[in-house]
Write a protein that binds this ligand. Structure first.
Ligand SMILES: NC(=O)C1=CN([C@@H]2O[C@H](COP(=O)(O)OP(=O)(O)OC[C@H]3O[C@@H](n4cnc5c(N)ncnc54)[C@H](OP(=O)(O)O)[C@@H]3O)[C@@H](O)[C@H]2O)C=CC1
Ligand SMILES: Cc1cn([C@H]2C[C@H](O)[C@@H](COP(=O)(O)OP(=O)(O)O[C@H]3O[C@@H](C)C(=O)[C@@H](O)[C@H]3O)O2)c(=O)[nH]c1=O
Length: 287
């Protein structure tokens, strides 16, 4: 087995490196844009061939949801064209692909957790391009596994947990939306799930949903971040989405049903607050 991890310097990529170094020592190569720009079709093909890659885990993505509304071309290149390049390289070499997608492919008008067969209807540029990446991959490399996840955070990179801990230390009060509901998900848990898919004796292609268990609004999430992070001098005011205008529209309800990945690959989906506690403990140990 020779695994290529792309987007390896991102928050998921860095967590996945820890899992693969433990479970597949010496069997993975890690690239980010400086080593392998995924928008360069020929470079991707050459890299996969030259390194005899058997599995590609694509952790790269354009993830700046608001900026994507302006920066449409780059967002498309990274979330669609790069995925197409990976798919073409995989179909030519026979490499298997695990690709990461998002809850933002849904419009958020549901009243129960979305399953993999539910109708998609992205409401942002980011969500639209992520869906286009999914369809390109399925068309060109149908043997791929696509894992949709949501509200990712980790001790690395930019994420809501780190933003809120910073704002909590700088301000007396913050206003946070309480009518967008989802499942905060620790990138370390998703990395463990990807490790299980790679280790599995069966490879079952298709779309899967993976998040931590439980649900929260961004306001609930912030309350837990402050409590576990020991932030006490900043009050959190719950507000409706209309009082926090953003460039991109976000789904109101994007909880994902994770039964399929649990049944197929025997992965665990820890309760979100337990995983948040683990991440905050790691962040504190870095200070
Ligand atoms: N963050 C979240 O809340 C969620 C993320 N996802 C999906 O999960 C995946 C991983 O997300 P996350 O770890 O948070 O993302 P990050 O933004 O932390 O990391 C993405 C990485 O991809 C790199 N990258 C960007 N363009 C290219 C390129 N052309 N070639 C190679 N690498 C490139 C980025 O480099 P640079 O920083 O230099 O641009 C960055 O290191 C993405 O597909 C994302 O859409 C799904 C649901 C939730
Ligand atoms: C910073 C801040 C944000 N918010 C709101 C804005 C928004 O509606 C919500 C989330 O904010 P963010 O912009 O940090 O999160 P966002 O970038 O929308 O997060 C998304 O990222 C992409 C990559 C995904 O795939 C999604 O699953 C999801 O994780 O919180 C507040 O209400 N108050 C605040 O102080």
């Amino acid at each position: 087995m020779k695994i290529l991890v792309t987007g390896a310097n991102g928050q998921l990529g860095r967590e996945l490196r820890e899992v693969l170094e433990r479970d597949f020592p010496g069997q993975a190569v890690y690239t980010d844009i400086d080593e392998l720009d995924l928008t360069d079709e020929l470079a991707v093909k050459r890299f996969v061939e030259a390194n005899d890659i058997s599995h590609i885990v694509n952790c790269a993505g354009y993830t700046a949801v608001d900026k994507a509304e302006e920066d449409k071309a780059l967002c498309y290149r990274v979330n669609v064209e790069a995925v197409r390049n990976i798919a073409n390289a995989a179909s030519e070499t026979g490499a298997k692909v695990i690709h990461i997608s998002t809850d933002y492919v849904f419009d958020g008008r549901a009243y129960r957790p979305y399953n993999e067969a539910d109708k998609v209807n992205p409401v942002s540029q980011y969500g639209t391009t992520k869906r286009q990446g999914e369809t390109a991959l399925i068309a060109l490399a149908p043997d791929s596994v696509i894992i949709r996840t949501a509200w990712l955070y980790s001790p690395h990179g930019h994420n809501f947990v780190k933003t809120m801990l910073r704002l909590g230390s700088e301000r007396n009060e913050i206003r946070v939306v309480n009518d967008q509901i989802g499942a905060p998900t620790y990138a370390g848990d998703l990395a463990e799930a990807i490790g299980k898919v790679l280790k599995s004796h069966q490879w079952v292609p298709g779309i899967y949903h993976f998040t931590n268990s439980g649900v929260a609004s961004w306001y609930d999430f912030t309350q837990a971040i402050f409590r576990l992070g020991g932030v006490s001098g900043c009050s959190i005011i719950p507000i409706p989405t209309e009082d926090y205008p953003t460039a991109a529209t976000r789904p109101f309800y994007s909880v994902l049903n994770t039964s399929k990945i649990r049944a197929t690959y025997n992965v665990e989906t820890p309760y979100w607050m337990d995983s948040l506690d683990k991440c905050i403990t790691r962040l504190k140990s870095q200070q």
